[in-house]
Design a protein around this ligand. Structure first.
Ligand SMILES: [Zn+2]
Length: 428
């Protein structure tokens, strides 16, 4: 691992960290050509980021999404990829899925080796059209600000410039390097989830470029989010004159909710909580309709399957046999579970960071909501690593989203080296 090339000129921060670290730990030296190139690539990446932030691309802004897809596809073509802009055909309709879903950009770079590596990020944001004027791209000190810059325009830019670095290094030892950027992550990927799962299935490694949080932690697990929708149909009738002629949907709903209130298994991270309900129209009418919603969380894909079965079983037991009860379960996002391959790849990331005098945290305890990495992991035995993006803050906020400029060079170095060492078999 150790290379005998001299250390290149470093930015003062990295240099001081590097020296401090070098004094106490013996570690491999950086690949100076890759590191020097990462430093050269910082400004072009910021230029790309400025362009991407400048295109508003909320999940429901189809014009904006088409525009950013063109921009991303164009850059990938210039880098030598076989590129296509895809439109969704297999849509998993969720309660809040819009009629039209934005495109995805798919690019494949063919190499001379055998390893299959995929890089994913999303082009859409949570913001509504018109918000960019209050939060344009700007650099202030060590931060770059802009609408959607942390979540997830930085991820798209980082992928583009990682591929650019490999091209400049004339590195082609991978079998295929696939890039997939989608336009519906923020609405739980109804249009692209099956494609992400399909393309990821035979990859040796998938790197997902959501932001690395404030400290650049790589994430190997995220919790899954589901919703249950319970609907009851009864029959209306005058509540004063002839209540016995109705079928009270509210009574049936209440019965159902109570018999489904203890399905959580906190010891394994499975949670089901009923949170929303609605019934009836007027005080003096026996309600004909009632509905409720529950929030579900899980750490294992199988737990959602079992929960769905348990719910479907429960609704067979009715209080009012004349009522009609239906239950729909949505997996908004499956959980991402750490596997041995992802542990190995992430651990190797620590070694790579060590070469440039930095330490890297890896978290395999699920925290917070899921991402597209979970869809990538559904059918693969390869590594899936989330949080490869820049450090930053303020995702989904209205005024302060930013990325840390000093995380650009380390992240470019990390992604490029991971791809190189996976391809050559140094990272097994
Ligand atoms: Zn995101």
């Amino acid at each position: 691992m150790s290379r005998s090339l001299p250390a290149p000129p470093l930015t003062p921060l990295i240099a001081s960290l590097w020296l401090a670290c070098a004094a106490t730990f013996a570690h491999a030296e950086p690949m100076t050509d890759v590191q020097a190139l990462a430093q050269k690539e910082q400004q072009p990446l910021l230029d790309t980021l400025r362009d991407l932030v400048g295109i508003e691309s909320g999940s429901k802004d189809i014009d904006g999404l088409n525009q950013i897809a063109e921009r991303v596809a164009g850059q990938l073509k210039q880098l030598g990829g076989t590129v296509e802009i895809l439109h969704p055909t297999d849509i998993y309709r969720l309660d809040d899925t819009p009629e039209t879903i934005g495109p995805a950009v798919h690019a494949v770079f063919k190499g001379t080796g055998s390893k299959k590596i995929m890089l994913i990020a999303h082009m859409d944001t949570v913001y509504l059209k018109g918000m960019l004027k209050d939060q344009p791209f700007r650099v202030d000190g060590d931060k770059a600000y802009g609408l959607g810059i942390a979540d997830d325009k930085q991820g798209v830019a980082l992928i583009l410039h990682t591929v650019a670095m490999l091209q400049k290094l004339n590195f082609k030892d991978y079998g295929t390097l696939t890039v997939l950027t989608n336009g519906d992550e923020e609405i739980s990927s109804p249009g692209w989830r099956s494609t992400i799962t399909k393309f990821a299935a035979d990859q040796d490694a998938v790197f997902s470029f959501e932001g690395g949080g404030t400290d650049g932690t790589l994430r190997l697990a995220t919790s899954g989010i589901g919703s249950a929708y319970l609907t009851v149909q009864g029959k209306s009738s005058h509540a004063g004159a002839r209540p016995e002629g109705g079928v009270n949907a509210l009574y049936e709903l209440s019965h159902q909710v109570l018999q489904m209130k203890d399905l959580s298994k906190p010891e394994q991270g499975l949670k089901l909580n009923w949170t929303v309900s609605k019934a009836g129209t007027n005080r003096n009418v026996i309600p004909a309709d009632a509905a409720a919603q529950a929030d579900a969380r899980a750490l294992k894909v199988a737990d959602f399957d079992e929960l769905q079965k348990a719910l479907q079983e429960k609704i067979k037991n009715r209080l009012l046999p004349d009522s009609r009860v239906e239950l729909k379960f949505e997996v908004r996002r499956p959980p991402l579970e750490a596997n041995d391959a992802s542990r190995r790849v992430a651990a190797y990331g620590k070694t790579i960071y060590g070469e440039i005098g930095l330490s890297l945290k890896v978290d395999e305890k699920a925290t917070g909501g899921g991402t597209d990495a979970a869809f990538a992991a559904l059918k693969t035995s390869g590594a899936v690593v989330e949080g490869m993006g820049l450090s930053g803050f303020g995702a989904h906020s209205n005024d302060a989203e930013y990325v840390q400029i000093n995380s650009i060079v380390p992240r470019l170095y990390l992604a490029t080296r991971m791809i190189m060492d996976l391809s050559t078999g140094k990272l097994k």
